[in-house]
Design a protein around this ligand. Structure first.
Ligand SMILES: C[S@@+](CC[C@H](N)C(=O)[O-])C[C@H]1O[C@@H](n2cnc3c(N)ncnc32)[C@H](O)[C@@H]1O
Length: 238
């Protein structure tokens, strides 16, 4: 067995600080009030406070085990909930969704409701910045047991992590993440569903929620977006 708390603690081992975090941290440091939606274990807001952000930092996530890790810093506001459930009105000048959290918004209704709540939370001129994997790059094709990773979790226990796609229906990929002992004996299996929204459809959803697209990039150094880009990084403004 591998508990929700152990899995949440393992998240930061599997997702160490990288160029995407530098990209978002720079935006966070320029903003006075920041809403981080689908914040997970809290890494970017932790780092922002640590390096001197003096304004409002608020992280939202429905997963209590992840919030448990995030709450080790008490000088950031942590809220349990989904994007669509948020009720803030004109309070933040920046909202972010990092680590492909945007892709957990799978259904059209949930996506619309989430974008509406994010827009409502932003003050006039506020920006929403997020990324989604480019469906044209078909990244899910590399999510197979042949690419399993051996890592050591924060308690010092060696574990193996592997992914397997179960279904691709339209733009929605359902896959499993299996945590096992190094010899392959399974400890837990998590099933997840992600939407790989197309570029033009994303633009329609953003416009429908009242966002203008200010910029889009294909990489974390603000490379131009092209059909082969792995990421669609979007800066949207109200
Ligand atoms: C892939 S993780 C990304 C976590 C973090 N943003 C990062 O950069 O590492 C996706 C996160 O979205 C959260 N999530 C799932 N459904 C959500 C929803 N409806 N609204 C907001 N967050 C959600 C999950 O609990 C999870 O922490």
């Amino acid at each position: 067995m591998y508990s929700d708390q152990e899995a949440a603690a393992l998240y930061d081992v599997l997702n160490p600080w990288g160029p995407s975090d530098d990209f978002y941290l720079a935006l966070v440091m320029e903003a006075t009030s920041v809403l981080d939606v689908g914040r997970g274990t809290g890494a970017i807001l932790h780092r922002a406070r640590q390096v001197g952000h003096a304004g409002r930092l608020c992280g939202v996530d429905p997963d209590r085990a992840s919030l448990g890790v995030a709450r080790r810093r008490a000088d950031v506001e942590w809220v349990a909930g989904t994007a669509a459930s948020m009720a803030w009105d004109s309070e933040f000048d920046l909202a972010i969704m990092t680590g492909h959290a945007f892709q957990v918004l799978v259904g059209d209704d949930e996506l619309r409701a989430s974008l509406t709540a994010i827009r409502r939370a932003l003050a006039a001129g506020g920006r929403f910045v997020f990324e989604t994997r480019n469906p044209l790059a078909r990244e899910w094709e590399s999510w197979n047991p042949g690419n399993a990773m051996d890592v050591v979790d924060p308690s010092g226990r060696p574990v193996r992590i592997s992914y397997e796609v179960e279904a691709l229906v339209g733009d929605v990929v359902t896959f499993t993440e299996t945590t096992s002992d190094p010899d392959g004996a399974p400890l837990r299996v998590d099933r997840a569903t992600l939407r790989f929204i197309a570029f033009d459809e994303l633009a329609r959803f953003l416009a429908g929620a009242g966002f203008d697209i200010e910029a889009q990039y294909g990489g974390w150094l603000r490379e131009p977006l092209d059909p082969a880009s792995l990421e669609i990084i979007t800066v949207a403004r109200i």
